[in-house]
Design a protein around this ligand. Structure first.
Ligand SMILES: [Zn+2]
Length: 468
């Protein structure tokens, strides 16, 4: 799991050292898909997943988020596949099996990424677009049409987007997670392409990483809440800016219910934001909803206490002051005390700060998300269970993917099949009744956890399809 050290003796202190190496079919960071596992079923597909510590399985490097590097690459592949990297992908590149890349902004190793397959490009704006299999690219571009507005909304809050292009790569249906924030080229699951933009908070999330995580990086994996917690917070702000507070509130409420459920099965130490050193532990195993949801809940708490006019510039300052650097939790806490708490005394008590950072669970004084729409669904549910009265057609017609997630969770097991069907007919459009569980689309992070637990085995039979 941790790999082994590569030691090179260089008594002359050479300025450059060339390492010749090849990866193996068993590399945990590379996934090789047979044509049958793609949408088009014509060409094989290959992609990388370096986070957290899989970059070392396909490149010899200093595989820690505390070290950054720029890179260039020359990739040869079979001529009928397009190769992309977390670098300066050219939207007009000819598909010829010969590709060169440069990544001028320094990145940590977990953001090194490559993909190859039957891929075409469709622009969304001058600096953003979608790479996908030909049969998927139109639908994906329509679903993610708001991406440029998302970039603009985030820039307004936290300063300029510093990575030049922001493109998205839609992976084949067998991609086992939600998304991966590879810089300049987020990797995206096709399961969020549902036709009504209801699950594009995934794009907001991956884009938000361009500030939290990719720009200001957790110095070690125990500090992952600085990455995922901040990103989940920024994601909520983007969702609110584009789709309104109610949509952001629904997503917060789903998240908050999820983290409380998860915490019930966790050790007290793992429920704190400030984790002890992960010595001997796989960082993938230590990553939980605590980093995402408790982390963002803490930032919401600070936002509510200090107000946006104070908190927004503070957070922007954190990103600006640590751009293209790594930072650990102690650095953030010191920065918070100096730049927010000391400048605005008596707003947050030391024991409140301690409860968020060091104690298990969610502090009792944290304010809970309460969506109006979900309250309406609850009222309708009580009427339905009490007197079999279905909700007003017009009201139910406005309910979307999130509402169905909540209602299917709450009642799927408790109601009789017949009355359940009549509820679903009233609250769900015909096109969606056969769709996969809406909760699976919303809680795309759980897919990442599945990858962690059952990392797919590499197959050697299609190795010739990929880059070398
Ligand atoms: Zn994330």
């Amino acid at each position: 799991m941790f790999g082994s050290r590569l030691a090179i003796e260089a008594p002359q202190r050479n300025a450059r050292i060339r390492v010749t190496y090849h990866t193996a079919p068993t590399a945990s960071g590379l996934q090789w898909l047979e044509p049958s596992m793609t949408e088009g079923k014509q060409l094989p597909f290959m992609f990388s997943q370096s986070q957290a510590i899989h970059a070392r399985s396909w490149v010899p490097l200093q595989d820690t988020p505390g070290v950054r590097f720029t890179y260039s690459a020359h990739v040869a592949s079979r001529p009928d596949v397009m190769v992309l990297m977390s670098a300066d992908n050219d939207p007009n590149a000819a598909k010829d099996g010969d590709y060169t890349f440069k990544m001028p902004q320094p990145i940590p190793s977990y953001l090194l990424a490559i993909a190859a397959g039957d891929l075409v490009f469709k622009p969304i704006s001058a600096r953003s677009g979608v790479w996908a299999e030909p049969s998927m690219v139109e639908r994906a571009t329509a679903e993610f049409a708001d991406t440029e507005q998302m970039i603009a909304a985030t820039e307004k809050l936290y300063g300029p987007y510093r990575w030049e292009r922001y493109d998205m790569l839609v992976l084949p249906p067998s991609f086992p997670f939600g998304g991966m924030e590879n810089p300049r080229l987020s990797f995206i699951t096709p399961t969020v392409i549902v036709g009504d933009k209801s699950l594009v908070s995934l794009i907001a999330h991956e884009l938000a990483h361009s500030w939290s995580g990719n720009l200001v990086t957790n110095a070690s994996w125990k500090d992952i809440w600085l990455n995922e917690g901040f990103t989940t917070y920024v994601q909520g702000r983007i969702t609110e800016a584009l789709y309104g507070d109610e949509m952001a509130e629904m997503e917060r409420q789903i998240d908050q219910a999820g983290v409380k459920k998860d915490m019930a099965g966790m050790s007290p130490a793992d429920q704190a934001l400030l984790l002890p050193a992960l010595t001997g532990r796989d960082p993938d195993e230590a990553l939980s909803e605590v980093a995402y949801v408790k982390g963002s809940w803490f930032l919401q708490f600070l936002e509510q206490r200090f107000g946006r006019e104070v908190f927004d510039p503070f957070l922007r300052g954190w990103f600006d002051d640590h751009a293209f650097q790594s930072a650990d939790s102690d650095q953030f806490v010191a920065y918070l005390k100096k730049n927010l708490l000391a400048k605005n005394p008596n707003v947050v008590r030391p024991e409140e700060l301690d409860a968020w950072l060091n104690q298990p669970g969610i502090p009792a004084f944290a304010s809970k998300a309460q969506s109006r729409t979900f309250s309406n669904v609850d009222t309708a549910r009580i009427a339905w269970r009490g007197s079999a009265l279905l909700p007003n057609r017009q009201v139910a017609g406005e309910w979307g993917t999130h509402t169905r997630c909540i209602s299917s969770r709450a009642w799927a097991t408790r109601s009789s099949p017949n009355s359940w069907r009549s509820w679903m007919r009233r609250t769900t459009s015909p096109a969606r009744r056969t769709a996969r569980s809406p909760c699976a689309g919303i809680r795309w992070r759980s897919a990442a956890a599945t990858w962690t637990r059952a990392r797919p085995r590499a197959s050697s039979s299609s190795a010739s399809a990929g880059a070398s």
